[in-house]
Design a protein around this ligand. Structure first.
Ligand SMILES: [Mn+2]
Length: 248
């Protein structure tokens, strides 16, 4: 299978539709040039102007088997809120809820069901996609119990590798050591989660190419896709700066 793997959308519906068109998809996620599939690294919601529109589109594409959608940390938080769990509603989540609530209760329930079904990783023979990072234990195995391994895989996939707190901003420091030391069998890993100015590639000692495709669309950057196995980047520029402030 050939893929087009799209970075953090964060409610930027106009840019997503433009990017899909540029990649050769119609509005239903169909592709004119044979077998290709859309993959989303997650973080569909928050910051941008149309989290509801992005969710509506991706619920439809996934239902039709036209897209693989992974859970990001922002989606996870919305999911937990909709499931009635204890969640601190900051201004980002509040903004997203203000977009979703006018759509009505049935829509909110549909979103809750959709998010509850999303996996946190996608793996093909050579390709691995997660939102944040790959826990090294998944590559090396060893002493952890299955339950403990799964928990760490999930946490790293959602939140990345976190290395303490930045004393100035108060936000967690995101590390890339996992990528530089990756020794698993996949030849390509694609992830988002940490905003970079340009699509970034790290090549691990074992030759795995690890891409970061989160080019900060909601901050006025780009929405980026990696075409696989071509390893080409396709981008559209954000129409405006939708959100200013910390990139977390
Ligand atoms: Mn994100």
């Amino acid at each position: 299978m050939n893929y087009d793997i799209i970075g953090d959308v964060h409610g930027c519906l106009d840019e997503l539709l433009e990017l899909m068109e540029k990649l050769g998809y119609d509005g239903d996620g169909g592709h004119g040039r044979g077998e290709r599939k859309l993959v989303f690294v997650g973080d569909l919601v928050d910051r941008g102007p149309s989290s509801d529109g992005v969710l509506e589109l991706l619920m439809r594409l996934r239902e039709q088997g036209r897209a693989i959608v992974l859970l990001g940390n922002h989606d996870e938080k919305l999911k937990r809120y909709l499931q009635g769990k204890q969640v601190r509603v900051g201004h980002m989540l509040a903004g997203t809820l203000a977009q979703l609530e006018p759509r009505g209760k049935a829509f909110m329930q549909q979103v809750c069901d959709f998010l509850s079904e999303l996996p946190y990783r996608y793996a093909d023979e050579d390709l691995l996609v997660v939102h944040g990072a790959v826990y090294p234990g998944s590559a090396t195995i060893g002493s952890l119990s299955f339950a403990e391994q799964s928990k760490r895989d999930r946490e790293w996939a959602l939140y990345g590798q976190v290395g303490g707190t930045d004393t100035i901003s108060g936000y967690p420091i995101r590390l890339q050591d996992w990528a530089r030391g990756y020794s698993g069998s996949h030849n390509t890993i694609v992830r988002g989660h940490s905003v970079v100015a340009e699509v970034e590639t790290i090549v691990s000692p074992s030759g795995t190419r690890i891409y970061n495709v989160d080019t900060g669309c909601s901050f006025g950057g780009y929405l980026s896709a990696l075409r696989y196995p071509e390893h080409e980047v396709v981008q559209v520029k954000a129409r405006k700066v939708y959100y200013e402030g910390s990139i977390i």
